[in-house]
Design a protein around this ligand. Structure first.
Ligand code: GLC
Length: 601
C-alpha cells in the first residue's frame, strides 16, 4: 500500500474494513495521471493524499462514522424501495436553507430519501449559470444561509432518514474564485490551475474537434482574458473557467473540497460536468480515459475516508459513454449512480409518437448497465432535454420531430421551447414536465405526466422528482423580463414552488406517493432486476417485466390517447389502482405483481 519512505495510512474510521484495495486503485489511477512527474514528484503527491485522508478521518464526526460502518454492508443504501430523490433550487423551493428545513415533513410525506438541492455554494456575483459558477466551495450563497445552516439541514434530513446530496461543480470555477485570482496574480501555488493558451493559432488547434455546449449563448470553448494573458478554456459560459486536472494540485484541491463537504454531512455528490474533466489536443475532450481515472481516484479515496458517501456522475452523453461512468465491475467501480438520460429521452420520444417503440428500444439498451451501478431515473431536471444523446440510434429527422412537437409545433399538446443545439442538429427542449405534457391544454395533460412518472418509478434504480412536478407546476416565463436571464431558456423550467397549491396534496402528489407506497409493499423491490421489454403486439403499448426477489413485476403503459383493450395475456390486477384490468384508458399505466417464483405473469 505504501512505500518504505511514506508514512502508513491511519486506518480510520472503521478498523475492520479493507482500505488497501481502494488505496491501491487510487494510487494506480493517480499514477496513470501523474506518474510522469517522476518518482519524487509522485511520492510527494501520494504523501499529500495520505495526509488529507488522515486529517479527514480524524475530523469525521462520530455520527457519520457510524453511518459509514453500517453502509459498508449495504452498498446500495441510497436505492431503497419507496424512497425517491428530489431535486430543487433552494431559493425556488422555499427561499433559504432554513426554509427547506421547515419543509422536511413535506419531503417525508412525498417519500423522499435523497434531497438534492442544486448548487448552493457561494457563486460569483451577477450571472452564475444557476449557481454553477462557484466562487467559494467553503461558503454558502449568503442569500440562502450559512454553512452552519447547511450542516443543520444535513442533520435534520438525516434524523428523518433522508440524505443530503450536493452538487460539486468540479470541472470549473467562477473566474472570481481565489484559485483563478491567485493564478492571475502570479501566485505559484495556483500556477496552471486553469488552461490558458497564449497563442490564437494554438487555441484554434485545440478548438477544432470541440463541440459547443451552448452554441448560441456561449459559442466557442475559449474566452480571451487580458488579465490571464491569453485564451482561457471555458467549456460553458465565459465566466466558468475549466480547471486543469493535468495539474495534480487541482486534483488535491478538489479532493479537499469533497472531503470537507462529506465531513459537513453531505452523503452524496453530484459530480457536475464529469465528462469534461480532462483535455487532450486533437480530441473532443469529453469522456476521456483520464477523466475516468480522476473519478476512480476520487471514488477510491472517498471509500477510505467516508465510505458512506455515494457519487452521482452528471454525464448527459450517449449510453455507451454513460455506462463508462459506472466502471467495469464492483471491484473497479467509479461512480455509484448515473442519470438514465437514454430512457428519459426515449420516454419523451414515445409520448410524442404515441407508441411504446422508442422506450422499448431504450429499455433493451439500458439493460446493459452493470449490476453494481444504479440508475437515477428521471422525467425532468433543471437542464434542457438533450435529444442528441440518443442520436446513435434515433435518426436526426425523428429527433427533429420530437423537438418540434415539444416546442408546440402543429398544435401539439406540448408547451415547451426549443433550446440551442449544435448547428443542423435537432434543438434541445426546455419546459416543465407538466407543460410538455399539455397540462391545462387538453384533458390528457395530467395523465401523460402520471404516465411518465409511473414508468420511471417502475424501473430499477432511484426515481427522481424534479421540484414542482409533484403538483404539475407549469412553465415560468418571468425570466423573459429579467435582462440577466432572458437569453437563457432553461429558466423556463425553474419556477418557484407554489405552496398554496402544494397544500392540497392530491392529484399528482397523491399519485407519486401511491407509487412509492406500492414499491414498499412489493416484496424485494429493492433487489429487483433490470426491466426487460416484452412484445405487446400493440404499438401503442410499452410492456416490461422485472424479476423481483420473490416474483415478477410487470409494467404496462398506454402511450396513446385511445383506450386499448388488452389481450387475455396482458390482463391482471393493478397494484396502483387495486383493480382488475382488462383495458387501459388513454395514457394509463398499470403495475402487476405475481408471486410465483420463476413464472412470468
Ligand atoms: C451541468 C449542469 C448545467 C450547467 C453545466 C455547467 O451540465 O447541469 O446546469 O449549466 O453543468 O456547470
Amino acid at each position: 500500500m505504501t512505500t518504505a519512505t511514506e508514512p502508513p495510512l491511519t486506518r480510520q474510521p472503521t478498523p475492520v474494513r479493507d482500505v488497501d484495495a481502494p488505496y491501491q486503485r487510487a494510487r494506480d489511477a493517480l499514477h496513470k495521471l501523474y506518474g510522469q512527474q517522476g518518482t519524487k514528484g509522485f511520492g510527494a503527491l501520494m504523501k499529500a493524499v495520505d495526509a488529507r485522508l488522515r486529517a479527514a478521518g480524524e475530523q469525521r464526526p462520530a455520527e457519520l462514522k457510524a453511518l459509514d460502518a453500517a453502509r459498508i454492508h449495504d452498498p446500495h443504501w441510497y436505492a431503497q424501495p419507496g424512497r425517491a430523490a428530489y431535486c430543487t433550487y433552494i431559493d425556488r423551493f422555499n427561499s433559504t436553507l432554513n426554509g427547506c428545513i421547515d419543509k422536511v415533513p413535506y419531503l417525508k410525506a412525498l417519500g423522499v430519501g435523497l434531497f438534492h438541492p442544486l448548487p448552493l455554494l457561494k457563486p460569483r456575483e451577477g450571472d452564475n449559470d444557476g449557481g454553477f459558477a462557484v466562487a467559494d466551495y467553503r461558503a454558502v450563497d449568503p442569500r440562502l444561509g450559512t454553512f452552519d445552516d447547511l450542516k443543520a439541514l444535513a442533520g435534520t434530513l438525516r434524523r428523518n432518514e433522508m440524505s443530503l446530496v450536493l452538487d460539486v461543480v468540479c470541472n470549473h470555477t467562477a473566474r472570481e474564485h481565489p484559485w483563478a485570482r491567485g493564478m492571475v496574480a502570479g501566485d505559484p501555488a495556483y500556477k496552471d490551475f486553469y488552461i490558458v493558451l497564449g497563442d490564437a493559432a494554438e487555441k484554434d488547434a485545440w478548438a477544432g474537434p470541440l463541440i459547443d455546449v451552448f452554441p448560441d449563448t456561449a459559442p466557442g470553448s475559449f474566452t480571451y482574458d487580458a488579465e490571464a494573458g491569453g485564451w482561457v478554456w471555458t467549456t460553458f459560459y465565459p465566466f466558468q473557467w475549466d480547471l486543469n486536472y493535468a495539474n495534480p494540485r487541482v486534483f488535491l484541491a478538489m479532493l479537499d473540497v469533497l472531503l470537507d463537504l462529506a465531513n459537513a454531512g453531505v452523503e452524496g455528490f453530484r459530480l457536475d460536468s464529469a465528462a469534461y474533466l480532462w483535455k487532450i489536443k486533437g480530441t473532443v475532450c469529453r469522456n476521456l480515459a483520464q477523466a475516468h481515472d480522476v473519478l476512480v481516484a476520487f471514488r477510491s479515496l472517498l471509500a477510505i475516508a467516508c465510505p458512506g458517501v455515494f457519487l452521482l456522475a452528471e454525464a448527459i452523453e450517449g449510453l455507451d459513454e454513460v455506462l463508462g461512468y459506472f466502471g467495469s465491475d464492483a471491484a473497479h467501480s467509479e461512480c455509484d449512480m448515473a442519470y438514465n438520460n437514454t430512457m428519459m429521452t426515449a420516454l419523451w420520444g414515445s409520448l410524442a409518437e404515441g407508441t411504446g417503440d422508442a422506450a422499448r428500444h431504450a429499455l433493451k439498451l439500458t439493460g446493459r448497465k452493470p449490476g453494481h451501478g444504479v440508475w437515477l431515473n428521471y422525467v425532468r431536471c433543471h437542464d434542457d432535454i438533450i435529444w442528441q444523446a440518443v442520436s446513435s440510434w434515433v435518426s436526426q429527422d425523428r429527433l427533429r420531430a420530437w423537438s418540434r412537437h415539444y416546442a408546440g409545433a402543429d398544435e401539439s399538446f406540448a408547451d415547451g421551447m426549443a433550446f440551442q443545439a449544435p448547428k443542423g442538429l435537432a434543438p434541445s427542449t426546455c419546459g416543465m414536465a407538466a407543460s410538455l405534457c399539455g397540462v391545462g391544454r387538453d384533458r390528457f395533460g395530467l395523465d401523460r405526466l402520471k404516465l411518465l412518472y409511473s414508468v420511471t418509478a417502475a424501473l430499477d434504480g432511484v426515481p427522481m422528482v424534479y421540484m414542482g412536478d409533484e403538483i404539475a407546476l407549469l412553465n415560468d416565463r418571468s425570466f423573459e423580463q429579467e435582462p440577466e436571464r432572458a437569453a437563457e431558456l432553461r429558466w423556463l423550467h425553474r419556477p418557484a414552488m407554489n405552496w398554496p397549491a402544494a397544500g392540497s396534496q392530491d392529484g399528482m402528489f397523491r399519485h407519486l406517493t401511491r407509487l412509492m407506497e406500492v414499491q414498499t409493499q412489493l416484496a424485494d423491490w429493492g433487489d429487483g432486476g433490470p426491466a426487460v421489454p416484452a412484445n405487446a403486439n400493440d404499438a401503442r403499448l410499452l410492456v416490461f417485466h422485472r424479476r423481483l426477489g420473490k416474483g415478477w413485476f410487470t409494467c404496462l403503459a398506454n402511450f396513446s390517447d385511445e383506450t386499448v383493450v388488452l389481450s387475455a395475456a396482458l390482463r391482471g390486477f393493478d397494484q396502483i389502482g387495486q383493480a382488475e384490468v382488462a383495458e387501459l384508458a388513454a395514457y394509463q399505466v398499470v403495475w402487476y405483481y405475481a408471486l410465483e417464483a420463476g413464472v412470468r405473469p
